[in-house]
Ligand binder design. Structure first.
Ligand code: COA
Ligand code: AMP
Length: 632
């Protein structure tokens, strides 16, 4: 079939299961008895934390660095060997247990990028508890939705996160979220010196005080199919989807991916410059490097401005990073500040073997620039929160080096990727369609949505029988390289952060002076996408257009979070629609990007297009589009 390289059949996965330790080794690879819900390694038992830490200590690698923490925000630098990290995590697990957390309980983690956040995740895994990490850039109402859905037994948080422009106080955000969610579960709070506050003895426990008296907890044996974590991600509605990852399939797939995709070996220093609030952080800051016996780097800071565009290269040099993984946005930001790569030239980066990019489309211009600067392979690869590990890549572990400009690579063994046409037929090379993956998905991909098997099936499996729908569209070229063209739904990627314009529309629509609205993605030269809102004032509106525009920007920040980077909204007399009432979002996108457009033949009132154009021009927010390459 087009582009498929090497098959990974269930029997091959059973062999791959030897990459990890089991208390009961699986004899069965895949249980399809309840298809389309499938379970990997149904008879296996293990503990993921044991595999990430204890196993390496027991194998004599206790002195190897497991975690390096570097904060560009505070100057704090810490290293934990595998033995030290195991001991810390065992005590953190004991501390969680003393707060009543047990197997199967959910623990919500809302923390900055500090070692204690990683320890909290691993401690949950040690107890068989299910963590759900929420990115710090989300506002209280988003946090509340996750509290309601996951119903955690405990919330682990900190007094603050650190952004270059401000100290982000977490406790008021958590308090507001708990009030919205009507939740009174206790909180375990890491007090950071950058923001010391008194805790409420009624339901706020101090991390350091409790840890001092905590007993270490041993790993708890769980079924391979038991959930390890829930990670919420943007869907097409305002309700986030709780992606569930199991223990066994996850551990096997991630261990396999490190060698197969990244060419990583035990002892390598692996740095995923992301956040534990995203899937990249879950998989490639925390679990995969530790499962493999690598040293993982945790970096609190930005690629630029903390203090400059040399920050990444300093970290690579100081810790001898072998493999670096980041989002294209970070490289665009670095290039903008340091176009000649002077910081790169100044830092000998002899250790670096490869740079991997994902999370959003890597524009070839940026990719070529960084490849030239670094002189190592720069590999774009594609995956999603749902999948947990790369599905399309150039696999260093297979000895591959050839990349193709504009393509995210070829299907990774285990993923049978197809480009489907309108009637579900597999399209030949060169034809664009929906990117889908033949079911069942390989290990490590989502097993379901939290407490919502039906939603899992209807969201991902029902539209294309026999396939998982990715929501992306693209095409294979004649050599089997897959080119991702964008989403077919309203998901956008702002600085590599996945967001839903539908969720933003809900916030705008709730404004009392707005009768209808649309939020579309404009092209942003730094962040890839940026959301732009159009709204129609209600007749008899109490406020003027400028006030409403300002208020909706504030509301999106307060309801969804600063990470949405929603800064542009304009009033229009009406939205461009088809005669059947469908908003012409694609045309609005073209208008935002200043691209030529042909009005739809079914448009209700073509004047609405020029009104939209004029509104943007008045607000001065039409920007030149990024150079759009012709993918064909
Ligand atoms: N907690 C609280 N707020 C956060 C946050 C966090 N963890 N992360 C981001 N924010 C806030 C920022 O402070 C900013 O708020 P502001 O509007 O008050 O300035 C807003 O969210 C947008 O942040 P960000 O996306 O980081 O944009 P930026 O303009 O501050 O920085 C880049 C631009 C390119 C440097 C930055 O986006 C970046 O480092 N991108 C890499 C992306 C990445 O690693 N993605 C992970 C997927 S692999
Ligand atoms: P997330 O779930 O946050 O990882 O976002 C997944 C989505 O990001 C995918 O469905 C794609 O739309 C987009 N994406 C991720 N990686 C790439 C890539 N390498 N090229 C193009 N789009 C990507």
């Amino acid at each position: 079939m087009t582009g498929f390289r090497v098959a990974m059949e269930p029997a091959d996965w059973l062999a791959a299961a030897d990459l990890i330790d089991w208390s009961v080794s699986p004899q069965v690879a895949l249980d399809t008895g309840k298809a389309p819900l499938c379970r990997w390694f149904p008879d296996g038992r293990l503990n993921t934390c044991h595999n990430a830490l204890d196993r390496h200590v027991e194998a004599g690698h206790g002195d190897r660095p497991a975690l390096i923490f570097d904060s560009a925000m505070t100057g704090d630098r810490r290293q934990y060997t595998y033995a030290e990290l195991r001991d810390e995590v065992a005590r953190v697990a004991g501390m969680l247990r003393s707060l009543g957390v047990g197997k199967g309980d959910r623990v919500l983690i809302y923390m900055p990028l500090v070692p204690e956040a990683v320890m909290a995740m691993l401690a949950c895994a040690r107890l068989g508890a299910v963590h759900s990490v929420v990115f710090g850039g989300f506002a209280a109402p988003e946090l509340a939705k996750r509290i309601v859905d996951a119903s955690p037994a405990l919330i682990v948080t900190a007094t603050c996160g650190l952004e270059p422009s401000r100290v982000v106080e977490y406790l008021p955000i958590v308090a507001q979220a708990q009030a919205l969610a009507q939740s009174d579960v206790p909180k375990l709070v890491l007090r950071r010196p950058q923001h010391e506050v008194a805790l409420d003895p009624a339901n706020e426990h101090d991390w350091h005080t409790l840890l001092d008296r905590a007993e270490p907890a041993a790993p708890v044996d769980v079924a391979a199919t038991d959930p390890l974590y829930i990670l919420y991600t943007s869907g097409t509605t305002g309700t986030p989807k709780g992606v569930v990852r199991d223990n066994g399939g996850h551990a096997v797939a991630l261990a396999k991916s490190m060698a197969l995709v990244y060419g990583a070996r035990p002892g390598d220093v692996f740095w995923a410059a992301s956040d534990i609030g995203w899937v990249v952080g879950h998989s490639y800051i925390v679990y995969a490097p530790l499962l493999t016996g690598c040293t993982t780097v945790l970096y609190e800071g930005k690629p630029v401005g903390t203090p400059d565009a040399g920050a990444f290269w300093r970290v690579v040099r100081d810790y001898g990073v072998d493999i670096l993984f980041t989002a294209p946005t970070a490289i665009r930001a670095i290039r903008r500040e340091d176009p000649d790569g002077t910081h790169i030239a100044a830092a000998p980066l002899a250790s670096l073997r490869a740079l991997f990019l994902a999370g959003e489309r890597a524009d070839p211009d940026t990719l070529e620039w960084i490849e030239q600067q670094l002189g190592v392979p720069v590999i774009d690869h594609w995956w999603q929160t749902e999948l947990g590990w790369p599905a399309i890549a150039i696999c260093l572990g297979l000895g591959e080096r050839e990349t193709r400009s504009g393509s995210a690579g070829k299907p990774v063994p285990g993923f049978d990727i197809a480009v489907l046409g309108r009637n579900g037929e597999r399209l030949p090379a060169g034809e664009s369609g929906d990117v889908a993956i033949a079911a069942p998905l390989p290990p490590g991909c989502l097993s379901t949505l939290w407490a919502n098997d039906e939603g899992f099936v209807s969201t991902y499996l029902a539209a294309r029988p026999g396939y998982y729908t990715t929501g992306d569209n693209g095409f294979f070229d004649g050599d089997g390289f897959l080119h991702i063209m964008g989403r077919s739904d309203d998901i956008i990627n702002v600085a590599g952060h996945r967001l839903s314009t539908g969720a933003m529309e809900q916030v705008l629509a709730a404004h009392p002076d707005i009768s209808e609205c649309a939020v579309v993605a404009g092209t942003d030269p730094l962040k890839g996408h940026r959301p732009v809102g159009f709204f129609v004032l209600r007749s008899g509106a109490q406020r003027d257009e400028a006030t409403v525009a300002r208020e909706v920007v504030e509301r999106v920040r307060a309801e969804i979070g600063p990470v949405a980077a929603f800064r542009e909204a304009v009033a229009v007399p009406g939205l461009p629609k088809t005669r059947s009432g469908k908003v012409l979002r694609a045309t609005l996108r073209q208008i935002v990007d200043g691209q030529p457009y042909t009005p739809s033949a079914t448009i209700e009132d073509p004047a609405m297009l020029s009104h939209a154009q004029a509104a943007l021009a008045r607000a001065g927010i039409t920007q030149p589009a990024l150079q759009q390459e012709d993918p064909a």
